[in-house]
Design a protein around this ligand. Sequence first.
Ligand code: NAP
Length: 311
Amino acid sequence: MAILVAAGFDADEWAQWWPLLQAALPNELLLRDRQGTAPQEIDIALVANPGAGSLRGLPALRLIQSLWAGVDRLLADASVPTDVPLARMVDPAINEAMAQTALWAVLGLQRGFFDYAVQQRERVWRQHALRRADEITVAVLGLGQTGRAVAQRLVQHGCRVLGWSRGAAALDGVACHAGERSLPNVLAQAQVVVNLLPLTPETRGLFNATRLAQLRRGASLVNLARGAHVVEADLLAALASGQLKHAVLDVFATEPLPAAHPFWSHPLVTVLPHVAAPTDPRSAAPIAARNVFALRAGRPLEHLVDRTRGY
Ligand code: NAP
């Protein structure tokens, strides 16, 4: 049997991934495309932004292993078979990268470093009062793989940290809240909100005018999860009114962010090009291989997506 690597990689990404996947799966036949192979010979797909329809018509498929952490695009793709187990990438290296990015964003907001970047462009020498970490309350929305790592890093940094998830959670030093009814209270307490929710029908458009109005006036938003969590026009309005002080955005409704988008030059928006926690092929290739070995040996698969929950 063979493994189809269905990925929208560019040439550099293929050059990075291919030898690592081959090294991690030395006894497997890996295919970069389906040409020349009978569909019934392919029983595993390793996927990263696969082309439309690339998993259609594979009757022997028994595992779809995503090389990315987020699976919202796969779940939205009607050509991805729904009766085949779908596993997502869970890698401590992703959690560590996310914890670093969130700490950088919170530290930048705490100490005014994003304001100083604007001042530099305007040649303004102005010093702002120092704020200590323990004067900042941060709400981390989503306490999954990345959210927990982020919340823990912010506790270590000295912030007051609130966490929010669907089901009840417990995390040292974090005031955990669960369920939609508790969200207004969480948002009202935070000076910084870090979004690490999955994109599901419940969370799409969560940061709309109503939710943004529930934030404490002058709070900041750090979106490291998915662009579609935010209604961008409502975010711009909240920044214009002073309801929101600053937004640090790694993800956008349209990626790459279009050249004419107002976020690019907005003094209260810091833009990253979806780099908060990229998959590192050096650690991810062996992790993907673990599920291949588990399938071959008849052992339980790891990190399966619950399609009814949407994450
Ligand atoms: P995860 O492990 O699946 O965790 C999801 C968390 O969100 C869980 O705590 C879950 O609650 C909570 N949640 C889900 N639906 C909810 C709802 N309706 N109300 C309240 N809480 C809800 O996710 P992850 O791997 O940490 O990923 C988080 C996000 O980061 C995803 O959107 C992913 O695509 C994105 N991401 C971005 C990058 C980047 O580079 N920008 C990199 C990696 C991941 P329960 O614990 O109760 O289930």
